[in-house]
Design a protein around this ligand. Structure first.
Ligand code: ADP
Ligand code: ASP
Ligand code: MG
Length: 412
C-alpha cells in the first residue's frame, strides 16, 4: 500500500483533545488506503520547559544529557497518539527514535540523520498495522546515546521518513494553514502562498521562518519529497496548504517571495585583533569547536596591523562564544582587546529567486529601512537573499515596511 507521512507539530498535539483531532485526520488517510507514518512533536511548550530545566541545572551542560532530557517530550506524544488511534480501532503502535533505529551523527543537539532502516516498520505494516507513530526530533548516535536534531527537528524526521519509505507525500500539519509571505503573526497582510520553490523555502527557513526546519527543506530538495504545509485545525482538501516544489513547477512569482526574521541574534565584536594571515581561521575554528553557530561575519578595515572582527550568533550562545574567545586568548593563540556583545539585535531578510535576474532589490530594501529611520548594523547577501542586522526594537516595523514596499500582499 502507498505510504503517507503526516507530521503534527507541538500546537497540533498540545492536549488530549488536539491529539484526538489529529488522530481523526490520520484515520481519514488510513480510510483512503494509505499506510501512514505519523511523526509527532512534543506538546507545545514542553521542549522549552525541558531546555529550561537543563540550563538551570547546568549552564554549560553535557550535550548528551541535554539530548536525554529534551528528547523525552516526543516520547509522551508518540505513545498517546498510538493509544488514541487504537481507541479508534486503527491498528497503531509507537516507536522511539532508537527503536527504529533513526541513526544519526554524534553531533548532540544538532545531529544529522544518516540512515533509517525500513524493515522493522515495513514488516509491521505487512502484519496489518496501519499507522506507525514515531517520536520526532530524536535518534541514536554511533555510540548508542540518544541524539536530537536541533530545534524544530521533527520536520526533518518527517521528511527523512518520507524519503526512506518513498512516501507519496509528506504533510506537515501545523498551526498556520501554509507558508506565508512573512510570519502571519507579524502582519495580517501576510499572504498564503499556494506554492513556494525549494530554494526560497530553504533561505526563508535558514533566515528564521520557523514554519519548517532548514534541514527538512534540504532533504526534501535532495530526495524529491513532495512536501506540503497545512493546518491541523481546518477541514482539508487535497489542495490545501502550501506545496514546496521545484522552481519550474511555479507559474508566476514575485521577485521577492517573502520576508523572514530572526529575533534571537547577538552581534559580537572582537576589538583590536592582530590583522595577519590565519587570524580568521583561528577565531572561527575556536567558535566552531565550542559549538557556536556563526552566521554573519564582517572584518573592518585595519589600522596599524590591528582590526575589528564582527560576527553574529544566536543569543543563547553568547556565553559559549565568550568562553571560547577567552580560552583562545589564555592559550596565547589569539590576541584581542575586548569582546563586545550586543544582545539587542535582530536579523531581517528578503528572499526571492527573482533577485537572480532583477537588480535593485538591495537598494530598495535599504531605502525602505532608511525612510523608517532604522540603522543597519551588518549586511550579508546571497544570490537570492539580502539580510540585515538591526536593533531588535525595530524588527516588526522593518518586516511590515518591507512587506508593504515589495507589495507581497499582491500576486505578481
Ligand atoms: P510546529 O509546532 O507545528 O512545528 P512552529 O511554531 O515550529 O510549528 O512553526 C509554525 C509557526 O511558524 C507559525 O505559527 C508562524 O508564526 C511561524 N512562521 C514564521 N514564518 C512563517 C511563514 N513565512 N509562514 C508561515 N508561518 C511562519
Ligand atoms: N519539540 C522539538 C522542538 O520544540 C522538535 C519539534 O517540535 O520539531 O524544537
Ligand atoms: Mg516546528
Amino acid at each position: 500500500m502507498p505510504v503517507l507521512v503526516m507530521k503534527f507539530g507541538g500546537t497540533s498535539v498540545a492536549n488530549l483533545d488536539r491529539i484526538r483531532r489529529a488522530a481523526k485526520r490520520v484515520g481519514v488517510e488510513v480510510a483512503k488506503g494509505y499506510d501512514v507514518i505519523v511523526i509527532v512533536s512534543a506538546m507545545s511548550g514542553k521542549t522549552n520547559e525541558l531546555v529550561g530545566w537543563v540550563n538551570e541545572t547546568s549552564p554549560l551542560y553535557d550535550a548528551r544529557e541535554y539530548d536525554a532530557v529534551v528528547s523525552s517530550g516526543e516520547n509522551v506524544t508518540a505513545g498517546l497518539m498510538a493509544l488514541t488511534l487504537q481507541e479508534m480501532d486503527v491498528p497503531a503502535r509507537s516507536w522511539q527514535g532508537w527503536q527504529v533505529p533513526v541513526r544519526t551523527t554524534d553531533a548532540h543537539a544538532s545531529a544529522r540523520i544518516e540512515e533509517i532502516p525500513t524493515d522493522n516498520i515495513t514488516a509491521k505494516f505487512g502484519e496489518g498495522m496501519r499507522v506507525a507513530v514515531v517520536a520526532g526530533f530524536q535518534g541514536i548516535g554511533p555510540d548508542g546515546r540518544i541524539t536530537t536534531l536541533g530545534r524544530g527537528g521533527s520536520d526533518t524526521t518527517a521528511v527523512a521518513f518520507a524519503a526512506a519509505f518513498d512516501a507519496e507525500r509528506c504533510d506537515i500539519y501545523t498551526d498556520v494553514d501554509g507558508v506565508y509571505t512573512t510570519d502571519p503573526r507579524i502582519t495580517d497582510k501576510a499572504r498564503k502562498l499556494d506554492r513556494i520553490a525549494f530554494e526560497e523555502m530553504l533561505e526563508l527557513a535558514s533566515m528564521g521562518a520557523k514554519v519548517l526546519q532548514t534541514r527538512s527543506v534540504e532533504l526534501a530538495m535532495r530526495y524529491k519529497v513532495k512536501l506540503r504545509v497545512l493546518s491541523s485545525f481546518e477541514e482539508q482538501s487535497d489542495s490545501a496548504g502550501t506545496l514546496v516544489c521545484d522552481e519550474e513547477d511555479i507559474m508566476e512569482s514575485n521577485i521577492v517571495a517573502g520576508v523572514a526574521h530572526s529575533r534571537d541574534e547577538a552581534k559580537m565584536t572582537l576589538l583590536s585583533v592582530a590583522d595577519r594571515p590565519g587570524i580568521a581561521a583561528t577565531i572561527f575554528a575556536a567558535l566552531s569547536d565550542a559549538g557556536v553557530n556563526v552566521d554573519m561575519i564582517v572584518q573592518n578595515i585595519s589600522e596599524e596591523g590591528r582590526t575589528d572582527m564582527t560576527f553574529s550568533c544566536p543569543t543563547e550562545q553568547v556565553t559559549r562564544a565568550d568562553n571560547a574567545m577567552a580560552a583562545a586568548k589564555d592559550k596565547g593563540v589569539l590576541n584581542f582587546g575586548e569582546l563586545v556583545a550586543d544582545k539587542n539585535v535582530a536579523k531581517v531578510s528578503v528572499v526571492g529567486i527573482g533577485m537572480r535576474s532583477h537588480t535593485g532589490v538591495a537598494a530598495k530594501m535599504f531605502q525602505v529601512l532608511s525612510a523608517e529611520g532604522i540603522n543597519i548594523k551588518v549586511i550579508t547577501t546571497s544570490e537570492i537573499k539580502i539580510s540585515v542586522l538591526i536593533d531588535r526594537k525595530y524588527m516588526e516595523l522593518a518586516v511590515q515596511a518591507l512587506h508593504d514596499a515589495f507589495e507581497l500582499d499582491k500576486v505578481a
